[in-house]
Design a protein around this ligand. Structure first.
Ligand code: SDX
Length: 431
């Protein structure tokens, strides 16, 4: 089939640019040579129309509400897979055999502890420190504890080690940050517990209390971690790629991704949704005032957990999480008024022309906090949970980028300069 091209006409000159077609039919105009050919660059604030790379990890179709990890629909993975199996799939590109999963899981068990010296770092934080700030710095600090490994160019075996160590230790760091915030002693990981139960035990057991691990809670948390595991070129994943493109090591790249995720327009939205629902509940005057504020352009208020850069029909994750929240609260016998408020907001949003015209629907963050709250995870740990879930995605994208055929290029966007034209310096006594 002939190579499809796009023609750009500038000052009566016709320039033909190649078109790239993805495996799901997505097409992109390859502008790699645009500036050389025309001395023009493109302008796309927020990169809503710009593909930064080609990737085989995750496919999503915002119009059809489709999300697949390496071709597998997230609905099937959420129901049938484990978080570690999904992580293996994202990082290595195929579902593991039983032997491969056993070996992969064994790496987690052997590396769930953090170096005792890192415990001292926790002592330097005030109990009020936000756990995302602790997580970002502790993940970057992990790079100090692998003197024998070339972190910039790890061998495949070394990569397997640091990738599983990161995924295993981030649980421990998160749980220790929580214990620090409530003034309780750290609870160490246990070798007899799997990924999610181990995290729950570190979070909620203590020297005087053995936390009872309910299957329903483990299942709900597993589903949330799987649904957060990757989402192609979102803000934090693009950050991991950009930082990694400078040949920064995996720990530094992911630490930068954690910082990006912290923003309330991104991963921080799940914490902001609970703040919003609690405010509405406390005020007790219903949701209409907030729906109106969200539509009022003179107000900076946004309905947190609503809207998405890519999903313009519905976020498939939100559908699964909403059902998971309802089922868990029912099984735990919890009647949370915030869930009722969230459902009422969703019903309004789905009917209101303002939101319909702008393709605004509940996203992954809208219901997830209801589940975290039911489990007993505090609000300021919600985005930490998002980070734990997104780790395999970040790691998979870093790996795919550094292994890119043809080599990795440092990310360096252009700009359109709109500042002052050239002018001479004026000494301060003449200003
Ligand atoms: C995540 O990218 C990913 O994949 C991210 C993520 C992942 O898995 O990594 O899915 C996770 O970050 C989900 C998003 C979580 N953030 C929130 O829930 C915060 C609330 N949402 C908004 O901030 C917003 O919807 C964004 C940031 C999510 C998307 O913003 P866009 O794509 O830049 O869209 P926009 O801001 O240009 O909005 C278009 C219109 C505007 O109105 P008009 O100027 O056209 O009149 O929609 C309005 C916006 O004002 N709008 C909202 C709104 N979100 C957009 N109005 C009210 N409430 C909202 N929440």
């Amino acid at each position: 089939m002939d190579q499809e091209t796009a023609k750009i006409i500038i000052n009566d000159n016709v320039h033909e640019l190649p078109v790239i077609t993805g495996s799901e039919g997505e097409r992109g105009i390859d502008i790699s040579r645009l500036r050389a050919l025309t001395n023009y660059v493109t302008f796309d604030q927020g990169f809503g129309n710009t593909a930064s790379c080609s990737s085989a990890i995750t496919f999503l179709d915002g119009e059809a509400g489709i999300l697949r990890y390496r071709g597998y629909p997230i609905e099937q993975l959420a129901e049938h897979s484990s978080f570690l199996e999904t992580a293996y799939l994202l990082i290595y590109g195929h579902l593991p055999t039983a032997k491969q999963l056993r070996e992969f899981s064994g790496l987690f068990t052997n590396h769930s502890m953090i170096h005792e010296d890192m415990k001292n770092v926790f002592k330097g934080y005030p109990s009020t420190a936000h756990p995302m700030g602790i997580l970002a710095s502790m993940v970057c600090s992990l790079s100090a504890y692998y003197p024998g490994i070339d972190l910039v160019d790890p061998t495949p075996k070394q990569f397997d080690g640091i990738a599983t160590q990161l995924m295993s230790k981030i649980r421990t760091i998160a749980a220790f940050a929580y214990k620090k915030s409530i003034g309780e002693p750290f609870v160490y990981p246990r070798e007899d517990l799997e990924y999610v139960p181990n995290f729950l035990n570190m979070m909620f057991s203590s020297p005087t209390r053995q936390y009872k691990i309910y299957d329903e809670v483990v299942t709900a948390l597993k589903v949330l971690l799987i649904l957060h595991a990757d989402h192609e070129q979102n803000c934090s994943t693009s950050t991991v790629r950009l930082v990694g493109s400078a040949k920064a090591n995996l720990f530094a790249s992911i630490s930068a991704g954690i910082c990006a995720l912290w923003g309330p327009l991104h991963g921080g939205a799940n914490e902001a949704v609970l703040d919003m629902l609690e405010t509405i509940h406390k005020e007790g005057s219903g949701i209409d005032k907030y729906i109106d504020m969200a539509k009022d352009k003179s107000s900076s208020f946004l309905l947190m957990g609503v809207g998405h850069r890519v999903y313009k029909s519905f976020d498939p994750r939100a559908k699964i999480i909403k059902k998971c929240a309802h089922d868990l609260l029912h099984k735990l016998g919890i009647n949370d008024p915030l869930l009722e408020i969230a459902i009422k907001i969703e019903e309004k949003v789905l009917k209101d022309p303002y939101f319909i015209e702008r393709n605004l629907y509940p996203n992954v963050d809208f219901y997830s906090g209801i589940i975290y709250k039911a489990i007993g995870i505090p609000k300021d740990m919600f985005t930490v949970m998002f980070a734990i879930g997104r780790m395999p995605g970040w790691i998979a994208h870093w790996k795919e980028m550094v292994e890119a055929p043809g080599g990795m290029k440092i990310g360096r966007p252009r700009q359109i300069y709109v500042g002052a034209k050239t002018r001479d310096f004026v000494p301060i006594n003449k200003r």
